[in-house]
Write a protein that binds this ligand. Structure first.
Ligand SMILES: NC(=O)c1ccc[n+]([C@@H]2O[C@H](COP(=O)([O-])OP(=O)(O)OC[C@H]3O[C@@H](n4cnc5c(N)ncnc54)[C@H](OP(=O)(O)O)[C@@H]3O)[C@@H](O)[C@H]2O)c1
Length: 249
């Protein structure tokens, strides 16, 4: 497909890295676009040209740039918005004719192991085509728009939280006697190795059980984890993210 991007920041670049081997890609962004196009080995096109050239235009700008960009999207065939908190209804109020898709990817799409939530207008004719397109970036699922705030916190912001959780694990490893470099290396390799051998539908209790001898030391540590307030800590982290997103809408 011919895919145009308006905005070439973190999210656009992650999607481009995931798609560029299979699709023709052009980008526009006002200040860093030329440099990003050269780096990513894709074309740079002015916005007016991009909208008519592309089969779909991905809008990946800050939310407050939408009104400025909208006039250029009137000629587009399909507009895919990744803008946090912007509903299909709001998009339709600004864009008259194009087919509209709301997408919520995370940056893991760059390595084709992302998660993307998708929402379509009722009469959108190419649902299967767009599900296939986003499944090329990892896993994509149709999700009700009223769940997007929670998905945004769990999966969109998730890579930052996972990094933070591993930092805390490494910090704890230091506290029980390892030096900083070893603690971080061991923690990272343990997370990467454990997740690498796990299917997405893994039975997590079985994964834990496979490491735990009944009455042994791992079981003792696992009990300590489950008896802690870690679930509350994670819930607070997600709720704080959702609350901040809601306050920006
Ligand atoms: N990052 C994530 O993990 C993530 C996850 C889900 C959704 N999103 C959504 O993705 C969108 C982009 O996020 P990001 O993290 O990629 O932001 P970013 O790294 O700050 O990039 C923003 C891009 O938009 C361009 N831009 C700004 N104003 C513009 C305008 N008026 N016309 C055209 N381009 C314009 C910038 O251009 P210049 O650099 O040339 O100035 C830059 O290339 C946001 O709406 C966010 O809600 C992000």
């Amino acid at each position: 497909m011919k895919i145009g991007f308006i905005g070439a920041g973190n999210m656009a670049q992650a999607m481009i890295l995931g798609w560029r081997d299979h699709h023709e890609i052009s980008i526009f962004s006002p200040n860093t676009g030329l440099e990003a196009a050269a780096e990513l080995k894709v074309e740079f096109k002015p916005t007016e040209e991009l909208a008519t050239w592309a089969d779909l235009v991905v809008v990946a700008t800050p939310v407050d740039a939408l009104e400025e960009v909208a006039p250029y999207l009137q000629q587009a065939k399909v507009v895919v918005s990744v803008l946090g908190g912007i509903s299909l209804k709001t998009l339709r109020s600004l864009i008259e004719n194009a087919g509209l898709v709301r997408a919520l990817p995370n940056v893991n799409v760059s390595k084709k192991v992302g998660f993307t939530a998708l929402a379509f207008e009722k009469d959108f004719a190419q649902v299967d085509t767009y599900l296939d397109l986003f499944n090329q970036l990892g896993t994509a699922e149709i999700i009700d728009e009223d769940k997007f705030a929670a998905v945004s916190a769990v999966a969109g912001s998730g890579p930052a939280f996972v990094a933070g959780i591993i930092q805390s694990y490494a910090f704890s490893a230091e506290r029980v006697g390892l030096d900083g470099t070893t603690a971080l290396k061991l923690s990272l390799q343990t997370f990467i190795g454990t997740l690498f051998q796990m299917p997405v539908d893994a039975d997590l209790q079985s994964v834990a059980d496979a490491v735990m001898t009944p009455g042994g030391s791992t079981e003792q540590g696992f009990k300590s984890l489950k008896n802690s307030d870690i679930n509350d800590v994670f819930q607070q982290m997600l709720q704080a993210t959702i609350d901040k997103n809601n306050s920006a809408e």
